[in-house]
Design a protein around this ligand. Structure first.
Ligand code: HEC
Ligand code: HEC
Length: 264
């Protein structure tokens, strides 16, 4: 019985594999068919190119346009007049009515100047040459802001609670993407900025938020300790430094600060 069972299971695995293969091929075919009908709805001749070369091929132009959408986290319809629900045949790609398109053209020209007029003078070897692209700055957003800028403006608008809410919202949406840095040092840097403004409870709020994601960060514990110390709360400062030492016993600096605080 046994060999038969094995044979059966081999056969059925092969059958399943065959089905998966057919499904995959059908899917690729579906994608290609979709692509070609999309391509068919885009005009073959372009009427209003002011920066891109006049003789650019359709496939090159469309691949540049797709890069725009992913670099900025937008869709074709954000720059071009048209009704996305009716497909590309309803689009007037040549129209300059949308402000985002004219801004993008300005950017395209700027990037061209950076690469062909400025970076060329750096004399980088052909092998190591790098060019600036939209995504170099934009990283998936329309306006290439940094997380620090966004959080500090949330803080100026509504204080620490607004900052915390903004951070959680951004993290929910962007964690794992290239748009924002959610590393351990980001909130430490922002907390220090707020500390420098003299808002100790605010800074402590930022470090506590950081501790939700990096509960074993010694640097974060040390920052908490110094903010508490500035508020005259030595007990909390000692507690936090003890944690810093606990999680980074190999760093003598935390131990030295703790001893100093305890008057040793
Ligand atoms: C961020 C803005 C932006 C996005 C998003 C964008 N485009 Fe464009 N598109 C432009 C700009 C700018 C030009 C003109 C370039 C120039 O002047 O050289 C252009 C030109 C075109 C043209 C040529 C029009 C003509 O006749 O002159 C076509 C076709 C086009 N885009 C298609 C698309 C498609 C399809 C998408 C989505 C996949 C898309 N675009 C997404 C900004 C954008
Ligand atoms: C060197 C960095 C850099 C590069 C590269 C870059 N951008 Fe920008 N872009 C910016 C900055 C900064 C702003 C915001 C300018 C402002 O509004 O003050 C901006 C704004 C824009 C805006 C307007 C957004 C809005 O909501 O008002 C568009 C559209 C845009 N860029 C498209 C592009 C495209 C397309 C490319 C590639 C061809 C590109 N950018 C490359 C830095 C860059």
């Amino acid at each position: 019985m046994r060999p038969n069972t094995i044979k059966d299971s081999h056969q059925s695995t092969r059958k399943v594999r065959g089905q998966v293969m057919i499904f995959a091929l059908a899917f690729v075919f579906f994608l290609l068919a979709g692509q070609s009908s999309i391509m068919a709805q885009i005009p073959d001749k372009f009427e209003n190119l002011k920066v891109l070369p006049q003789d650019i091929t359709k496939s090159k132009l469309v691949s540049i346009m797709k890069k725009f959408t992913s670099a900025l986290g937008v869709r074709c319809v954000n720059c071009h007049v048209g009704d996305a629900s009716k497909g590309f045949s309803s689009f007037e790609f040549a129209s300059d009515e949308k402000e985002l398109k004219t801004k993008a053209r300005f950017m395209l020209d700027m990037v061209k100047q950076i690469n062909s007029e400025l970076l060329v003078n750096l004399n980088t070897s052909e092998r190591e040459k790098l060019e600036v692209q939209c995504v170099t700055c934009h990283r998936g957003q329309r306006r290439p802001v940094l997380i620090g800028d966004t959080l500090m403006s949330a803080y100026s608008n509504g204080g620490i609670d607004t900052l915390v809410a903004e951070f959680k919202k951004l993290r929910e949406k962007y964690y794992g993407s290239h748009t924002f840095d959610f590393g351990e040092r980001v909130l430490i840097r922002i907390g220090s900025q707020i500390q420098a403004l003299g808002d100790m409870p605010g800074a402590i709020g930022v470090y506590r938020l950081n501790a939700e994601y990096f509960p074993e960060s010694s640097q974060n514990f040390a920052q908490l300790a110094f903010a508490h110390l500035e508020m005259g709360d030595t007990t909390s400062a000692v507690e936090n430094l003890e944690n810093a030492v606990k999680y980074s016993p190999e760093v003598p600096w935390f131990k030295m600060q703790l001893d100093k605080l305890k008057g040793k």
